[in-house]
Ligand binder design. Structure first.
Ligand SMILES: Cc1ncc(COP(=O)(O)O)c(C=O)c1O
Length: 468
């Protein structure tokens, strides 16, 4: 006779093995990432998370300035999402029957469409940002009969091979072979924009209204509206990738609202799940949507097995309700302004700061060569080894000394980016500003601990390049 099934005791498993994290990943997962995290002292073991904070095993709090790359806009482990998910589990609902139309996916589509401009009236549901982008590529190609994609330099739209074809950073594309046809243009280059679109070859122009890599947006307020106008003129669909900027990140539900755009296709993911279950969506006009599902035998010509699963749909519905009730978008706008103001206030005191920019709670600090001779020499040594190492030098003590998790905003750029959960308050804003102030003040001590650390980073970077 079979013995009664013992369910996995997940709590004791975690209790007994917590702390083996990095060794396990070194042996079985991405050991290069482990190396990087160990080098920069980011090999922390987080044991618990709530709202905008992570906690280590000693209960020390870490302010989360990354927000899971924008996946936890409403804060981690939000009680309302947990309750919705456990209530749903208790119901034993049929899930992923596939040859049916589930209630919850219909309800999430309805809820998203209700929050979007009226022309975006059909939704495709999937599991991630990159999948939402893949859907947008296919739907745009199908609707226009064109193959090429236009995108922006520095763009980031995901890392599956379709989305990778729209990546504006050579480093991400390197060594993965040839990708879908397309071209990139630089922000604010009106001439290149029209020259490319006028070829009539592009199915879609993919934009991030505020770019994730480096937090860049056009200097001219007219660039995005002009892009929309030219897309219409030359028959190219405008795709606003809101995977990172959507759901309140920039202080509006959608970032395209800042420029009053009416994109033909919009992609969402990340925080749509409330940070607990993967979930993505693509919204578009009904006529574009129906071009893909154009005949009965094409009714599932684009789909994904878990795309409309109940847990993700319920998490999405619960997240949207939390956003309404807690006025998350308004808070992002208010706290974003407070954080920008606080950080801009540091510019006058710290010659390393070139610019503080952002919208809502998507904020970047860019550094530049200091004026004083002594510091300039130190800066140049660091830059010669790797552009971006100075920003890394700042990120390390931000975590070590101030317990604030931040990250360099992209490869080879001296930019630190912050995307904290949108629920932060003035306490968190003050803590971030104070921490940057103190960290940058340490950079004036040359020689000193900061520059010693920089030298160590230079060594690590050079030895890894030699090994590669
Ligand atoms: C603008 C944008 N699009 C797409 C993606 C890909 O999303 P995912 O990581 O869920 O595949 C990202 C991820 O950072 C993103 O920022």
């Amino acid at each position: 006779m079979l013995s009664p099934l013992m369910p996995l005791d997940i709590q004791s498993l975690i209790q007994t093995r917590l702390g083996e994290n990095y060794d396990l990943h070194d042996r079985h997962v991405n050991r290069t990432l482990v190396k990087v995290l160990r080098t920069i002292g980011f090999d922390k073991v987080y044991a618990r998370a709530q709202g905008a904070y992570l906690y280590d095993r000693d209960g020390k709090d870490y302010l989360d300035g990354l927000g899971g790359y924008g996946a936890v806009n409403i804060g981690r482990n939000h009680p309302a999402i947990k309750k919705t998910l456990s209530d749903l589990m208790a119901m034993d609902m049929p899930n992923m029957v596939q040859m049916d139309c589930s209630l919850l996916s219909g309800l999430l589509a309805e809820a998203l469409i209700k929050r979007s401009p009226p022309h975006l009236n059909a939704a495709f549901l999937c599991n991630s940002g990159t999948e939402a982008v893949e859907a947008a590529i296919k739907f745009a190609r199908c609707a226009t009969g064109r193959e090429k994609m236009l995108f922006c330099s520095r763009a980031f739209h995901g890392l599956t091979t379709g989305a990778l074809a729209l990546n504006g950073s050579p480093m991400f594309r390197e060594s993965f072979g040839s990708l879908l046809p397309g071209n990139d243009i630089t922000l604010d280059d009106f001439e290149a924009l029209e020259r490319e679109l006028a070829t009539g070859e592009y199915a879609a122009f993919f934009i991030e209204c505020v770019q994730g890599k480096g937090v860049h947006y056009p200097k001219s307020d007219m660039f995005w509206p002009k892009a929309q106008e030219l897309c219409r003129k030359y028959g190219t669909l405008l795709v606003a990738d809101e995977v990172q900027t959507g759901l309140g990140r920039t202080g509006r539900f959608y970032a395209f609202e800042h420029w009053a755009l009416e994109p033909d296709i919009v992609t969402l993911a990340k925080s749509l799940s409330g940070g607990l279950i993967p979930c993505g969506a693509m919204l578009t006009r009904r006529e574009i949507y129906d071009k893909t599902f154009s005949r009965l035998d094409r009714c599932v010509v684009h789909s994904t097995t878990f795309g409309r699963n109940n847990m993700a749909m319920a998490a999405g519905l619960a997240t949207l309700q939390v956003m309404d009730e807690e006025r998350v978008v308004e808070n992002a706008d208010r706290m974003g302004k407070a954080l920008l103001e606080g950080l801009r206030g540091l510019s006058s005191r710290h010659e390393f700061i070139k610019e503080v920019r952002g919208k809502g709670l998507m904020i970047a600090i860019e550094f530049a060569e200091p004026r004083s001779l002594r510091l300039r020499a130190a800066w140049k040594i660091i830059q010669a080894a790797d552009k971006g190492l100075f920003a890394q030098m700042v990120v390390i003590p931000m975590l070590k000394n101030h317990r604030i998790l931040t990250q360099v905003a992209g490869h080879h750029m001296d930019v630190i980016k912050m995307t904290p959960p949108l629920i932060i308050g003035q306490t968190e804003v003050d803590r971030i500003v104070r921490a940057f102030d103190e960290t940058l003040a340490d950079c004036y001590k040359f020689p000193g601990a900061m520059w010693d650390m920089g030298t160590n980073l230079v060594r690590a970077s050079l030895s890894s390049k030699r090994a590669a």
